[in-house]
Design a binder for this molecule. Structure first.
Ligand code: ZN
Length: 390
């Protein structure tokens, strides 16, 4: 379908780009993007994607505009305080580009509505800041084969990557998913939200526009996507760091033999609601990070076994660790056989995988295995603040 004369004028600077041109603009006009959250990330995303000519935008937010939002959620105005965020965003998008169709969802995303809503869009951008939603959106996008463009912000730092759940010509997933990056949720309350920890007002703008760029690239097929690369941005140092991210063949949702084939109860999965009558195993010997710091200070001989994936060690690690990812542990026990009767401290990101490692070691005759409670996140929080959190 040829562009109208108004569209030729409006998108003239795109049409001039040789890599983009009329074909790229037509793809954008036909495309649909679902924005989950009209907050710090969703605000610039909605404005820029509408300005660029995305044909249909879904805006999902159950919240109302608060005065404290205005420091960064630039789509809302002072007179919008108290109004629905989704409606306020729709008003701004309509003013900016009447050609963009806006569909408003004044509700939160849940396991009950996610598949139906996400199925209607080509690209999903999660702008929320809670773990149950991230796992929910991540799983739903894998199940439906959608592109999920990830961004997160905290204080002066932001992160972004693309989880491309589409399949290539050979039927393989194009990239890793959210669970490949974060196999386990952190314990509830361990990772503070922006409401608790604060956020620099301009930070979400940078991350959101990286997400918007990736959305446009995913739709038009130009450039090299951020798939399989995890980008970390530090506003204070003005540095970008990039880590490699691979699809985990053992991933429960996007792996070769998936065990998660439908949406689950993500509140429960993330520990926000007790899982019926299934208590944590009581046999576990736990060690607090404070106790472990004393052991290190005293020079007590021990093995620190870090069972995270190698890329996670690239973000932060405790000196002197031996790294055997949890999935490889049963096959690599011989490497640490000398520690069978000595102190082994099992450690991961937040203490869940390392608890499984502890069980494996106990079954194989290791007698003094302690699980580092709270993992490296607790260590970085309470003992060594120079370490990066993630
Ligand atoms: Zn995965």
């Amino acid at each position: 379908m040829p562009l109208t004369s108004d569209q030729y004028q409006r998108y003239a600077r795109h049409l001039t780009l040789p890599e983009f041109g009329e074909a790229g603009q037509e793809k954008l006009l036909k495309a649909s993007v679902l924005l989950i959250g009209a907050g710090g990330l969703g605000s610039p995303l909605a404005l820029y994607l509408a300005a660029a000519g995305v044909g249909r935008l879904g805006i999902m937010d159950f919240d109302v505009v608060d005065t404290s939002n205005l420091q960064r959620q630039v789509i809302h105005r002072t007179q919008d305080v108290g109004r629905s965020k989704a409606q306020s965003a729709k008003r701004a998008v309509n003013d900016l580009n009447p050609g963009t169709v806006v569909e408003v969802y004044e509700e939160g995303i849940t396991s009950a509505n996610a598949l139906e809503i996400i199925a209607k869009y080509d690209v999903v951008i999660d702008g929320t800041d809670n773990f149950p939603t991230r796992y929910l959106v991540g799983d739903a996008c894998v199940l439906l084969g959608k592109v999920n463009i990830y961004g997160s912000i905290y204080r002066f730092e932001g992160q972004a990557t693309v989880f491309d759940g589409r399949r290539d010509a050979q039927g393989k997933r194009r990239g890793p998913c959210y669970r490949c990056l974060y196999p386990e949720p952190p314990p509830p309350g361990e990772v503070p939200s922006c409401a608790e920890g604060g956020v620099l007002g301009v930070l979400p703008g940078i991350i959101a526009l990286i997400q918007a760029t990736e959305a446009i690239k995913a739709i038009t097929g130009i450039g090299t996507p951020l798939t399989g690369r995890f980008l970390r941005y530090d506003a204070l140092g003005l540095t970008f760091r990039e880590l490699k991210l691979r699809r985990d063949p053992a991933c429960p949702v996007c792996g070769d033999h998936p065990t998660v084939t439908k949406l689950i109860d993500y509140q429960q999965f993330c520990g926000y609601r007790p899982a019926g009558a299934a208590p944590e195993p009581a046999t576990a010997a736990e060690m607090s990070v404070a106790e472990y710091a004393k052991i290190r200070d005293a020079g007590t001989p021990h093995l620190l076994l870090d069972v995270r994936e190698p890329f996670e060690l690239g973000i932060c690690q405790i000196e002197g660790n031996v790294n055997i990812p949890l999935g490889q542990l049963p096959a690599r026990l011989a490497e640490i056989a000398a520690w069978k009767d000595k102190l082994v401290v099992s450690q991961c990101k937040s203490g869940r995988r390392s608890q499984k490692a502890q069980d494996i070691l106990a079954k194989h005759g290791f007698t003094k295995v302690s699980n580092l409670t709270g993992g490296i996140l607790a260590w970085a929080d309470q003992i060594d603040q120079s370490l990066s959190s993630y």
